[in-house]
Design a protein around this ligand. Sequence first.
Ligand SMILES: *[C@@H]1O[C@H](CO)[C@@H](O)[C@H](O)[C@H]1NC(C)=O
Ligand SMILES: *[C@@H]1O[C@H](CO)[C@@H](O)[C@H](O)[C@H]1NC(C)=O
Ligand SMILES: *[C@@H]1O[C@H](CO)[C@@H](O)[C@H](O)[C@H]1NC(C)=O
Ligand SMILES: *[C@@H]1O[C@H](CO)[C@@H](O)[C@H](O)[C@H]1NC(C)=O
Ligand SMILES: *[C@@H]1O[C@H](CO)[C@@H](O)[C@H](O)[C@H]1NC(C)=O
Ligand SMILES: *[C@@H]1O[C@H](CO)[C@@H](O)[C@H](O)[C@H]1NC(C)=O
Length: 493
Amino acid sequence: MFWLDLATVTLLLPAVSSAVPHSRRATGLDSFLQSESSVALQGALDNIGPDGSGAQGASSGIVVASPSKSNPDYFYTWTRDSAMTLSMLIEQFLAGDTSLETTIHQYITAQATLQSVSNPSGDLSNGAGLGEPKFNTDMTAFTGAWGRPQRDGPALRASALMAYGTYLINNGQTSLAKTNIWPIVENDLNYVAQYWNQTGYDLWEEIQGSSFFTIAVQHRSLVSGSTFAQSLGESCTGCDSQAPQVLCFLQDFWNGSSVISNLANDGRSGLDANSLLGSIHTFDPNAQCDDTTFQPCSSRALSNHKLVVDSFRSIYTINSGKEASEAVAVGRYPEDSYMGGNPWYLNTMAAAELLYDALYQWNKQGSLSVTQISLPFFQSLVSSAAAGNYSSSSATYSSLTGAVKTYADGFMSIVEQYTPSNGSMSEQFSRDDGTPLSASDLTWSYAAFMTAVARRNGTMPGTWGESGANTVPTQCEGTSANGTYVTPTAVSW
Ligand SMILES: *[C@@H]1O[C@H](CO)[C@@H](O)[C@H](O)[C@H]1NC(C)=O
Ligand SMILES: *[C@@H]1O[C@H](CO)[C@@H](O)[C@H](O)[C@H]1NC(C)=O
Ligand SMILES: *[C@@H]1O[C@H](CO)[C@@H](O)[C@H](O)[C@H]1NC(C)=O
Ligand SMILES: *[C@@H]1O[C@H](CO)[C@@H](O)[C@H](O)[C@H]1NC(C)=O
Ligand SMILES: *[C@@H]1O[C@H](CO)[C@@H](O)[C@H](O)[C@H]1NC(C)=O
Ligand SMILES: *[C@@H]1O[C@H](CO)[C@@H](O)[C@H](O)[C@H]1NC(C)=O
């Protein structure tokens, strides 16, 4: 790939490495990303029980959100954060780090237990308890007041488990996938098929309504759930019947130039990193630049990327003086006031990851289209950009993709600039001076770093079947499929 990093180029071309022009030598960013990769992977593992140094007292396989126990207290296990962390670890496992398999097993075993813990959202009899956002680290229910339910968790957990289950199937361990993975996944898929058309809290746990991120990851889970079930000789009738309707509803979040991240009476602009995260967590390396699923290289995703990023340019002091073509620190949404309303590491890295994904998609299809919708995005990077279709052999393609790569790296350079020298990554950094703030060693920050850098390195996730599931029904309907829920049997490996 054309953005192959210099370390690899040097390995491939040892005889000419000394002739590489100075400007193409490993940059500070490359060396930061390399050293931080070890810190981030270890940082995530440190927050997983029973042995992680930041997860003392947590049960086996339980991912804590952060070791921080006060201001804020994040010493709990969230279904969403845990699933995204495990998706990253499973990706690293599939890329060759076999040492991670025990942790993956422990996580799955823990989820089998957690699914049947009755909690304030409900229990497993009608699936409602699966929407509970967080549990205590000893796997008991958290009974305090909270924004619940949150309906993205089951979808994300199903997708993480299916990634590992697909590996088992492809490696002659179908029966293990059937006994240990499918019962958990089936409950989660049935939950999504039954409850997708009901409101819940968004991923930031603040807004009750319908959230773009939630609906996007739900659609993905149902589409891949259908194929995964078939490969086990099972079926997911709710997946088949509901997925097209979930995609239909997803279109309601698009307003013509950006994603309105929450459909709710929330008094916000709608610009929110929720949408960047939605695109990267439904990225399919086999997809075209489809608008209906907001693929990273789609006109919709790029137009939205610009509007979301621009919404943070003038409000943070640390972003002042940056040109429109330069990356800036990205928060959750411009109206945010939580902990002072600061940029977040994981959102700044999501802005980069979306662009690395898009570069992969353009490179794979051998062309790039600039449409009226995506034109403002491209023009802010290359002022002469014009609508058109550019083959990868054209100079325009090289200039546009080169500018996108530089822009994407800019977001990672901001993360580098505001990460302390020991590599520890908290949740936020100050809008005034970049000092790390809020929860320390946030597991999700480390997971977000790993996936962004993996995409930059050319490591892609598996397909979820987007190319067979991007046609929007002509009429949207608010539907539901009643599911059945079965207590997962004790899992042994
Ligand atoms: C979509 O919403 C964004 C954010 O509120 C706004 O800036 C933009 O003008 C809207 N676009 C259209 C076409 O209505
Ligand atoms: C780019 O190609 C698409 C698909 O063939 C076509 O619909 C569109 O009009 C083209 N755009 C330009 C500006 O030529
Ligand atoms: C890393 O550095 C930060 C900032 O100086 C500090 O707060 C944190 O305790 C350090 N972490 C470790 C594990 O030393
Ligand atoms: C990215 O590639 C570099 C150089 O090969 C490597 O050191 C690093 O671990 C990789 N990081 C990830 C997250 O894949
Ligand atoms: C349910 O789906 C219908 C059709 O897409 C949509 O109009 C409605 O807003 C949805 N409601 C919720 C809460 O998801
Ligand atoms: C789903 O279950 C509810 C409650 O048992 C029932 O009222 C409803 O008719 C069922 N819906 C479908 C589509 O089977």
